[in-house]
Design a protein around this ligand. Structure first.
Ligand code: SF4
Length: 836
C-alpha cells in the first residue's frame, strides 16, 4: 500500500523576494576590497543555481541515472571538437555584482560560446543516456537555469556599447546522448530583460538566505568572544592542551596531541576552536569521529558551551542506514515511505519542501539526531539528505571521517574554502587504517555471479555482470599485482553503463534498479553497485602505493576469486586533504611513536606534536608483564594451560569484572572452552565473530548493568578494545594475550616490503607499531576516572625486548614476572593496598 506525499506548500516560489535591482555597473575593485568580509560572497554559477533554482525530486546524481564521469568528459569533448572555429570553448566568466549591500563575485565556465555583433549563443552541454523527453522537467529547468545565468553574466561583462547591440541571447541546453552520439539541442531566444530579472530573482533568493545565515554567524562570533572556559578548573594538562590548539589554528598548523584518558580531549579542542571562530580565524569547525559513539562526546561538549550562552549552531550527520526512518530494525519498510512507483516518498518533491525545512533548521540551530529527525518528519524529507544540505551553512559539523576523506562520499562543501575550516579529529590513531580502506576496492566473482542470477528482468546488467564474474574468475592463481587488470576495469565500466542504461530505459526509475526503491532490487544489489563504483574510482586512483591482490576463497558453495585493489599507503591522499585545511588538530590516547603516525598521514613539515602527562594517579593501575607464557603461533598449544591458570589467579585475587583479549577467535576459543569446562563457578561471556548489535550490547550490559563478577573473552583490536568507557566498577582489569601484531597475511607482508622500500623499518611499520597501538588502546580501557583502580597484564616474552620497552607510556611502572606466584603476590598486595 502506498501513501501520497503530504502536500506541503512549496515556499520557494511564494517567498517574497526583495526586488532591489542588480547594480548593472561594474563594481570597482576598491569597493570589493573595502566591503567587510561578511558582505562579500564568492559564488559559482553551479552553486547559485543549485541553491535557488533546484526543484522536484531528489535524484542520486552520481552515476546511478547517468553516464560515468569518464563518459561525461569524453561526451563534452566530442561535442566541442565537432564545432568550427567560430565557437569558443570553455569560456570563463567572472563578475562582481552589487546587490542588497553584498558584493557577490560570480564565476563559471561556458561550454560553448558563439558571439558576433548580431547574435550571442550560449550552449550548455549535458551528457545523458536518454532522450530529452525522458528527462524530468525539474532537471531540465535546472540545466536551463544554468545556461541562462551564463548568458546573463556573459552579456554583463561586455563593454556597454556591445551590451546595447544585443536585446536577446540564444540559450541552448544540448543533451548529448553518449550511447548513440546524437545531440539533442533545446534552444530558446531569451530577452536580456528577462535574463536580468531571472538572475536577480535567483541571486535575491540566495542572498536572502545567506544574510540570515550571516546574522547567525555574527551572533556566534560575538558570543564566542565573551565565552569563558565552561568548568571552574582545568584538568591536568588541559590548559596547555587548549592553548596549543588555539595557537595551532592561529598559526595554520597541524597538531597531533597524545592525551591520556581524563584530559578532557573534546572540550580541550572545541573550546579553543570556538575562540578562534570569535577571532574570525575560521568559519567552520568540523569535528570528525571514526566511530558513531564518539559523536556523543562532541555533542555534549557543544551543548555545554551553548549553556554558557554561546550562540553556536551545530549539525550532526548520522549514517544513512541508521537515520533512515523508513526501515524498522527488522528492515520492514514503513508504508508512509513508499510512493506509488515504489520510490521513497521522502525523495519525491524533496527540493520543493527543502526551503521551508532549511528555515526550520536554521531557527532551531541545534540539529542533533532527534531534532533533525523531527524536522525531516514535519516536511516529509529524508533526514540524512536534509543533514547533508545543512552542512554548508552550520558552524559546527559533527560527522564521520569519511565525509572529508573518502573519495566515494566526501562532501563537495568540504572541498571549498578549506582555509577557513579547522578539523578536530578524534581517535587520530585510527585514521590511517580507515584511510587505507577508503582508497581500496574489492570485487568477487562469486558475489557478482549471484547478483547476475537474480537479475532476470534486467538483461543488459545480467549479461554484463556474468561477463565480469567470468573475467574475475579467469585471473591467475593467488598473486600480487603491481598494476590493476585493465580487462576487469573495462568490464566494470560496461556494467556501470548497463546499469545506468537500464535505469534510464523506457521504465525509467521504475525499473527497480534505482537508489532507494523498495522491494524491487535483488538482495545485495545496492551494495554490489556501490562496490562497482568504488572499484571504478580506485582503479583510476591506483598508484605505486597500491597493490592488486588476487585471492581464491569459498563463496557459499562455489569457489570464488576476488580482486582487491588495496591501498598500502594513504599518506599522500589523506595528507593532501589535511594540509589544505587551515588547521587540523588530531588527538588520541595513543599516537606513539609520533613519527610513525605523521608519516602514515602524510603531514607536512609544519606539523607539531604534544604529549600530555597522565591525569589520574599512576599508582591506581597495576601493570604486569607476564613474560613466561609464549603466545607466538607455534607455542600456542602450550600456552593454553598457563593462561587458564593466570585468569583463574586474577579472578581469585579480586573477584570482579575482567576482559581477556586474544589475537584471534581460534586462539580465544582454545582457551575459553576448557576454561568454562573447569570453572563452572565463574560467569563467562565471549565475543562472537558474527554477533549482532543486540548481542554486542548484551556483552557490554554484563559489565555495565550487572554487579556480578564476570570474565569476558574478546578479540584484540575488536569492538570492545576501543572506544568503550568502562568507568568505575565496570572493569577491574584486563589481560592482553600477545603483542597485537596483525597476522602475516600477503597484504601485511606487502605492506612491510613497501615501507622497507620507502626507507623505513618495514617490520615496525607493518606489524610492531600497529600491534602496540592496539595493546595500548586496550590497556586504556581499565582506568577511566580518578577513582578507578585496576590491573593490566601483558602476556608475551617479547614485551621485555629493548624495541618494545621504549614504546610504553613513560609513567607505566611495569612489573616483570616470570611465574604465577610472583603475579599472585603482586595482585594481592595491589588489591590489599586498595582496601587501606
Ligand atoms: S531516501 Fe532512503 S535513507 Fe532517506 S528516508 Fe528514504 S529510504 Fe530512508
Amino acid at each position: 500500500m502506498s501513501q501520497k506525499t503530504p502536500a506541503i506548500k512549496p515556499s520557494i516560489d511564494n517567498a517574497p523576494i526583495d526586488k532591489a535591482p542588480v547594480d548593472k555597473a561594474p563594481v570597482d575593485k576598491d569597493l570589493i576590497d573595502k566591503r567587510p568580509s561578511e558582505k562579500r560572497i564568492k559564488l559559482s554559477v553551479g552553486d547559485l543555481v543549485d541553491f535557488s533554482a533546484r526543484r522536484g525530486d531528489l535524484f542520486s546524481e552520481s552515476g546511478y541515472a547517468g553516464p560515468t564521469s569518464l563518459e561525461g568528459i569524453r561526451g563534452h569533448q566530442k561535442v566541442q571538437k565537432a564545432r568550427n572555429d567560430s565557437w569558443q570553448k570553455e569560456v570563463s566568466v567572472k563578475q562582481a555584482i552589487n546587490q542588497h549591500g553584498y558584493i557577490v563575485t560570480m564565476t563559471g565556465r561556458i561550454d560553448l560560446l558563439s558571439a558576433d555583433d548580431q547574435l550571442i549563443v550560449i550552449e550548455e552541454i549535458k551528457t545523458t543516456y536518454r532522450h530529452p523527453s525522458q528527462i524530468a522537467p525539474s532537471q531540465q529547468s535546472l540545466h536551463l537555469a544554468q545556461a541562462k545565468v551564463y548568458a546573463y553574466l556573459y552579456w554583463r561583462q561586455l563593454p556597454t556599447e556591445q551590451q546595447k547591440q544585443h536585446h536577446a541571447i540564444e540559450v541552448i541546453v544540448n543533451y548529448f546522448n553518449v550511447l548513440d552520439n546524437i545531440s539533442n539541442p533545446q534552444s530558446q531566444r531569451i530577452q536580456i530583460d528577462d535574463l536580468t530579472d531571472y538572475f536577480q530573482q535567483l541571486l535575491g533568493r540566495y542572498i536572502q538566505w545567506y544574510s540570515k545565515v550571516e546574522r547567525h554567524r555574527q551572533q556566534v562570533i560575538q558570543s564566542s568572544k565573551a565565552l569563558l572556559f565552561p568548568f571552574s578548573d582545568y584538568r591536568v594538562g588541559q590548559h596547555n592542551f587548549a592553548r596549543q590548539v588555539y595557537r595551532a589554528i592561529r598559526e595554520k598548523q597541524t597538531l597531533m596531541v597524545e592525551a591520556p584518558t581524563g584530559t578532557g580531549k573534546t572540550m580541550s579542542t572545541l573550546f579553543p576552536a570556538v575562540k578562534a571562530l570569535g577571532e574570525s580565524l575560521v568559519k567552520q569547525i568540523v569535528y570528525l569521529t571514526a566511530k558513531g559513539s564518539a559523536q556523543q562526546n562532541a555533542l555534549v561538549a557543544a551543548q555545554t558551551l551553548v549553556e554558557q550562552n554561546l550562540k553556536l549552531d551545530y549539525v550532526v550527520i548520522q549514517a544513512k542506514d541508521k537515520s533512515c526512518p523508513c526501515r524498522s530494525e527488522e528492515q520492514i519498510v514503513r508504508n508512509s515511505c513508499v510512493s506509488s512507483d515504489g520510490r521513497c516518498s521522502r525523495t519525491i518533491d524533496f527540493y520543493d519542501r527543502l526551503p521551508d525545512a532549511r528555515i526550520a533548521c536554521l531557527k532551531t540551530r541545534h540539529l542533533d539526531v532527534d531534532t533533525l529527525q523531527a524536522i525531516a518528519d514535519q516536511f516529509h524529507l529524508c533526514p540524512f539528505e536534509l543533514s547533508l544540505q545543512m552542512v554548508r551553512w552550520f558552524t559546527l559539523v559533527i560527522c564521520d571521517v569519511n565525509y572529508v576523506f573518502d573519495p566515494m562520499v566526501q562532501l563537495a562543501t568540504f572541498e571549498q574554502d578549506r582555509s577557513q575550516r579547522v578539523l578536530l579529529l578524534d581517535e587520530l590513531h585510527n585514521l590511517s587504517d580507515r584511510g587505507r580502506d577508503m582508497f581500496s576496492a574489492q570485487l568477487s566473482s562469486g558475489e557478482t555471479q549471484q547478483i547476475a542470477k537474480a537479475l532476470d528482468g534486467f538483461p543488459l546488467v545480467k549479461k554484463a555482470a556474468n561477463s565480469l564474474a567470468r573475467m574475475i574468475k579467469k585471473l591467475s592463481e593467488e598473486s600480487i599485482l603491481e598494476e590493476p587488470p585493465a580487462s576487469v576495469f573495462n568490464q566494470v565500466e560496461k556494467c556501470l553503463t548497463a546499469i545506468n542504461q537500464q535505469e534510464s530505459g523506457a521504465e525509467g526509475l521504475n525499473s527497480g534498479l534505482a537508489n532507494d526503491v523498495f522491494g524491487k532490487q535483488p538482495e545485495g544489489y545496492a551494495q554490489w553497485v556501490k562496490a562497482l563504483y568504488r572499484y571504478y574510482m580506485i582503479h583510476q586512483l591506483f598508484s605505486e602505493s597500491h597493490r592488486g591482490f588476487v585471492l581464491k576463497h569459498q563463496f557459499g558453495r562455489v569457489q570464488s576469486t576476488s580482486i582487491n585493489l588495496r591501498c598500502l599507503d594513504c599518506a599522500t591522499l589523506i595528507g593532501r586533504q589535511i594540509n589544505l585545511m587551515r588547521s587540523m588538530i588530531g588527538f588520541s590516547a595513543t599516537i606513539s611513536p609520533v613519527a610513525f603516525f605523521s608519516t602514515l598521514l602524510g603531514l607536512d613539515e609544519n606539523a607539531r606534536s604534544l604529549k600530555l602527562p597522565p591525569v589520574f594517579p599512576v599508582e591506581n593501575q597495576l601493570t604486569i608483564h607476564c613474560d613466561y607464557i609464549d603466545t607466538r603461533w607455534q607455542a600456542r598449544v602450550g600456552s593454553v594451560e598457563p593462561l587458564i591458570g593466570l585468569i583463574e589467579q586474577v579472578m581469585l585475587s579480586r573477584p570482579g569484572k575482567y576482559l581477556i583479549f586474544f589475537p584471534s577467535y581460534e586462539y580465544m576459543n582454545s582457551v575459553c572452552e576448557p576454561f568454562i569446562q573447569n570453572h563452572s563457578n565463574f560467569k563467562v561471556i565471549s565475543q562472537n565473530a558474527a554477533s549482532t548489535d543486540q548481542q554486542r550490547q548484551a556483552f557490554l550490559n554484563a559489565f555495565f548493568a550487572e554487579d556480578d563478577p564476570i570474565i569476558g573473552f574478546a578479540i584484540l583490536g575488536g569492538v570492545f578494545g576501543e572506544g568503550v568507557d568502562f568507568k568505575g566498577d565496570a572493569l577491574h582489569g584486563t589481560i592482553i594475550v600477545g603483542t597485537g601484531m596483525p597476522s602475516p597475511s600477503a597484504e601485511q607482508k606487502a605492506l612491510q616490503n613497501y615501507y622497507q622500500q620507502q626507507g623505513f623499518n618495514g617490520f615496525q611499520y607493518a606489524f610492531q607499531f600497529p600491534g602496540l597501538t592496539r595493546v595500548l588502546q586496550t590497556a586504556g580501557r581499565v582506568i577511566r576516572s580518578e577513582q578507578d583502580r585496576g590491573v593490566v597484564i601483558l602476556v608475551d616474552p617479547r614485551f621485555s625486548r629493548n624495541d618494545y620497552r621504549g614504546l610504553f607510556p613513560a609513567h607505566w611502572e611495569m612489573k616483570r614476572h616470570s611465574n604465577i606466584n610472583e603475579i599472585s603476590s603482586s595482585l594481592t598486595s595491589f588489591w590489599s593496598a586498595a582496601k587501606e
